[in-house]
Design a protein around this ligand. Structure first.
Ligand code: ADP
Length: 329
């Protein structure tokens, strides 16, 4: 098994780098060959919290599995922490920890045993093991000796994060880590992962929860049908749609949009609420407010909304984010 990776010597600029990475799964029986990745070039800056988004079947798992050394690429290049996944696979695998989607755990191991076995597999000497520290960090210290089968779904998920961290990899991949995890445990998991990121670990996250990516990630790539359709700083990506909405609560009842406001094409949500969609690059919100007042309406309250990741995702892929209950995978 691979040795632990030095985090200090010759730090790479990019924790993960792929160049024209392609993968075609061979035809099998009646199943035709399938292009899962088509010339994917991504550079994940060291230290970033990177979101990899895409609809089901986009190629996210294939990409992660190539990085983890579990799937063989067809062409192109993939590097983890500067190490080629082909030719330097031992070092590349030592640099990455993957938290898988499935909650696969040996039911008869305790969390403590599981982490010790995993550390052994990665050749971490007993003196360098941080089993108790990791269990504490993921909130499982009091379950250290409980059988895995007695753990709740949320605890198992956190145990899988712990398992991916035993060799202290500089890159942590979380593949749909919060699907089916309740809100409170989700928050706990994120608190831990954010702390890891703040301490220098590069995080690569795939998620169907677009709000989660919007909140956590500093850079986001979207892949669709094996191709990268966006790869940008989050704020740049969110700014792309150039769309905002302002909803104004007025001080009297309306039955129709006043003539003077027609150029702004507002929608009358109910008798006292007018909603305006506008392009911030062309129209200032202040101009809308002035027009409302000039039309003789008093403003009681207002709220604004920006385009969110859901809108952008929808536009780039033609599909909305998949709610957890509707997951098809
Ligand atoms: P995602 O993780 O984004 O849902 P995947 O990487 O799992 O996407 O899949 C990408 C495409 O490759 C899909 O069309 C999927 O059906 C296909 N695929 C994935 N794994 C295999 C495999 N082992 N054999 C053949 N086709 C596969």
């Amino acid at each position: 098994m691979p040795p632990a990776v030095s985090r200090t010597s010759a730090l790479p600029d990019f924790a993960v780098e792929t160049r024209a990475l392609s993968k075609t799964y061979r035809a099998r029986g009646r199943q035709p060959a399938k292009v899962a990745l088509d010339s994917v070039s991504l550079a994940i800056p060291r230290g970033s919290f990177f979101g990899l988004l895409g609809p089901n079947g986009a190629g996210k798992s294939t990409l992660i599995n190539i990085l983890a050394g579990l799937v063989v690429k067809s062409s192109g290049q993939a590097r983890v922490w500067g190490f080629d996944t082909v030719g330097q696979e031992r070092a590349a695998r030592a640099a990455i920890g993957v938290v898988p989607q499935e909650l696969n755990l040996d039911p008869f191991f305790t969390p403590r045993e599981l982490l010790e076995v995993q550390a052994g597999l990665y050749g971490v000497p007993p003196s360098e093991r941080r089993t108790d520290v990791i269990l504490e960090a993921v909130g499982l210290a009091d379950k250290a000796h409980a059988y895995a089968r007695t753990l709740s779904g949320g605890m198992r998920r956190r145990l899988l994060v712990a398992k991916a961290m035993v060799h202290n990899p500089p890159v942590l991949v979380l593949d749909e880590p919060t699907a089916g995890v309740d809100i409170q445990l989700r928050q706990q998991l994120w608190t831990y992962v954010k702390a890891l990121n703040a301490a220098g670990t590069t995080i690569l996250l795939t998620t169907h929860y677009l709000e989660e990516a919007e909140e956590l990630c500093d850079r986001i790539a979207i892949i669709d049908r094996g191709r990268v359709v966006a790869d940008e700083d989050k704020h740049t990506l969110l700014g792309r749609l150039d769309s905002k909405a302002v909803t104004i609560v007025i001080d009297r009842d309306l039955t129709a949009v006043p003539e003077a406001l027609a150029p702004f094409a507002p929608e009358l949500k109910d008798r006292r609420r007018l909603s305006f969609r506008f392009k911030p690059s062309r129209v200032k919100a202040g101009a809308i407010l002035s027009a409302v007042e000039a039309a003789g309406l008093g403003i009681v309250d207002l709220s604004t909304a920006e385009a969110d990741l859901e809108d952008i995702f929808l536009r780039l892929t033609g599909q909305g984010g998949v709610a957890p209950t509707a997951r098809a995978d």
